[in-house]
Ligand binder design. Sequence first.
Ligand SMILES: [Zn+2]
Length: 467
Amino acid sequence: VWCETVVSESGVEHGVRFEAGADGRISARHDATSPAPGDLRLGTVVAGAGNAHSHAFHRVLRGRTHDDGGDFWHWRDAMYAAAAALEPDTSFTLARAVFAEMLVAGYTAVGEFHYLHHRADGSPYPHEFELALVAAAGEVGIRLTLLDTAYLEGGPGRPLEPAQRRFGDQDAAAYLSRWYELRQLVPSLGAALHSVRAVPPAAMAEIVAGLPSDVPLHVHLSEQPRENLDVLAAYGVTPTRLLADAGALSPRTSVVHATHLSEADIAVIGAAGATVVMCPTTEADLGDGIGPARALRDAGAVLALGSDQHAVIDPFLEARGLEMHERLGSGRRGAFSPAELAAASASGSYRALGLGGSSLAVGDPFDLVEVATDTVRTLGARPAQLLLAATSADVRRVLVAGHVVADSGVLAGGVHPADLLRDALAALDARHPAAAHRDDHARGATAHHAGRDRGGAGIRIEPGGPA
Ligand SMILES: [Zn+2]
């Protein structure tokens, strides 16, 4: 593959020729050279983006939660309703559509933070949800690291809520035994602790010690102030301190969000050499807050990016969001250089998924994205600043393991992601007609929720309409 221009975290180079190894990695790279006969010729390319934090099924909520206000916890009720409606077959069709959307947007790898394991009553589906996700990624052609997630309680010292039974394992030993069975079926398996809300400290320590030491370990951390307050009340320390004391913070760890941290928390995460997965479009969409990304990087953490609940699937906007949040918080531009944003989008995110670096060097995954430089968005942009100008609409050919898997919004086989999504949503709505009328329910639930937040004072409107 010969590229006219390569924009990466190490700068801008012209006339770069890559050769592919049988392992899907770059086996040779020649700079400032001409194309050889038979080369696939590309224009301007960037390294494929890693999506280091995804819950594929959250995609059903896009465009359906913006009219009823509320906060993260209220949004979570709608997310639980979406989870309750899924079965392995609908999970497959939905994930296939979402992974397809990612691929044509320029994501070449995804870490699926997966906690929907069981039937509605909590009884096991023997790995069916997990294998559905693996099959969906395989069919589309995106790299997948499945982050199989431990979810043991509904909050510090509280049993799982009914809506959480599908997520829960009995205890740490049950999780580990399920994980090791799954590993026989899924070689690229990673692990996750849902959060310090959902896994008590002793179980965290048992899981960390029980997993192979080279497996990526992800955990949601301090996305909401309420998590900090609950954990402080239950254990007397911050969530970060709790993770560190359980042995859960190390270079193989990725903490997700890390929005509400103390100075000491930032130092602990940085000293551990952990990765921090920021999800700027989600953190804005859910009103989470602005995480201390620059301070974490300066303390020694590696930065990665994810699209999380998929209100937006666009690696350019995610990378840009990292910088824009810093600007909104500080009143200054340029907290991150374009090269640092590129590193978070590619290398940092690939590292979080256990895929090695992704700086387009020999030995890195051969995953490239061609970006059109002649569109209304990108004309005139300096190559090094493309990441701050382009969007996923400018993505042309996408290569995974050296093969073209998508071109201009269409999968290599000619399938449009929108067709996959239309079919997936139709199947879900047909099986659960209530979901199609979620708006009516949500409005009633909001009024109820608002009444509860005011301590029950005032008029309380129950779901189903005013009395
Ligand atoms: Zn998440």
